[in-house]
Each structure stands twice: as C-alpha cells, then as structure tokens.
Design a protein around this ligand. Structure first.
Ligand code: DX5
Ligand code: ZN
Length: 217
C-alpha cells in the first residue's frame, strides 16, 4: 500500500469541521479522535458528529476510539461510515472477538497500544488485525512531544509481522512531524497520523505532501 498520511482533525477548528476536512484533500484518510472522558481525560466527539461530517468529504474515516467499553461501541462506528476502526487493547474485554465483529461490519479492524503497553502478548492475534496503532504519546491530547522510547516497539511489531508473513498496516500517532516522521518510517511504520503538524501549518494540504515525501525516504 505504501506510505499513508492520516491528518487528525483534533487540532483543526472543531467549529468548522466540514471546511477543515476540505483543506486536506491530499490525505489518505481523515483521522477522527473519539474520546469519552473515561479512558482518557478529554472529551471530543462521537457518532452523531461523524455521521454529519461523512457528507462533507469523500476521504475515508479512520476512527481512533479512546473510549471505555469499545466492545460495545466500536461496531457502530462502521455503520456511521468509518472505513477503519481502532480500539485500544487496554480497554477491550475481548479484542479478538471485537476485531472480528469490526471486520464483519465491512470495516478495517485496528488495535492501539499506549506507550507502556508491550506488544509481545498480542503477537498471536496480529493476524486478526488490518492495522496496529502504536501510540507515540500518551493518548488524550494533541500537540504533545514525540516519545522516542516507543521506537523499539515499532521495530519489534514490524519484525513480528514479517515473521508471520503479515502485511498489517503499522500506524503511529502522537508528535509526528517533519522532525520525527523519518524515525518512525525507518522503524517500520507506514501509516502516519499528524495533528498539530498539519493543522498548525499555513497550508495543511502542502504539509500532508511534505510529510509523505519525508516518510518515503
Ligand atoms: C492523541 C490523538 C492524536 C492527536 C495527534 O491522543 O490520538 O491523534 O490528535 O496530535 P499531534 O499530531 O499533535 O500529536
Ligand atoms: Zn489519534
């Protein structure tokens, strides 16, 4: 599939989401951060906003669910028009069943790991996933500093995927910028979330292309 850039609208003008997604037409996906004030100490948006936003862009939606009880809620995000749904390993009661349910809804199933969550215990279920998200900040807020300590886990995850003959996408999220994206790509990531880097740029669409060019090196 190659390199993909998925701008996070968390750092966009949330009162003008329709116009904000139109500013990133070179993106591969729109990354939508769903936070419930329980799993993370912040509250953003949910199903009704996603359903409304669906009409404003043809780009597919990559939903990142930072919510408690994803087993109950994640499949509904497929119905709301999300093409990829990421739940957190730390929050899921039955991650294998949940991944299968998401796929059964016709969406791509993805699981996220917080910085301190080891990858090893999930090696046997990687084949159930279309994408693995390795967080490079503690989830909850945009604009945080990239955590270099997550790089070995990205490398390890890519090695495991290779060992099992899997072509699972490997996404990174948090502090990804022109300064840090090459490190992530070199470690094996191929899908890059960027929030503040894209939406604090004068021309967000140009930044999407600059990030892609850096990651392709
Ligand atoms: C953080 C979110 C990220 C965030 C990224 O919990 O999951 O998607 O918006 O923002 P930056 O790129 O600014 O770290
Ligand atoms: Zn995110």
């Amino acid at each position: 599939m190659g390199i993909q850039i998925t701008p996070s609208i968390l750092n966009a003008d949330l009162a003008a989401l329709g116009a904000e997604v139109a500013r990133i037409e070179s993106a591969d996906w729109v990354h939508v951060d769903v936070m419930d004030n329980h799993f993370v100490p912040n509250l953003t948006l949910g199903l009704p906003v996603i359903e409304s936003l669906r009409k404003h862009t043809t780009l597919p939606f990559d939903a990142h669910l930072m919510i408690a009880d994803p087993d109950r809620w994640a499949p509904a995000y497929a119905e709301a028009g999300c093409g990829s749904i990421t739940f957190h390993a730390e929050a899921a009661a039955a991650p294998v069943r949940l991944a299968r349910e998401i796929r059964a809804q016709g969406a791509r199933a993805s699981m996220a790991l917080k910085p301190a969550t080891p990858i090893e215990q999930y090696e046997d279920m990687l084949g159930e996933l279309d994408m693995l998200l390795i967080m490079t900040v503690e989830p909850g807020f945009g604009g945080q500093k990239f955590l270099d300590l997550c790089l070995p886990k990205i490398r390890k995850a890519r090695e495991m995927m290779k060992k099992h003959g899997l072509e699972t996408w490997l996404q990174v999220d948090g502090g990804v910028s022109l300064e840090t994206i090459e490190r992530c790509a070199e470690a094996g990531a191929d899908v890059f979330v960027a929030g503040s880097a894209v939406y604090s740029a004068a021309d967000p669409d140009k930044m999407v292309n600059e990030l892609r060019a850096k990651a392709e090196i």
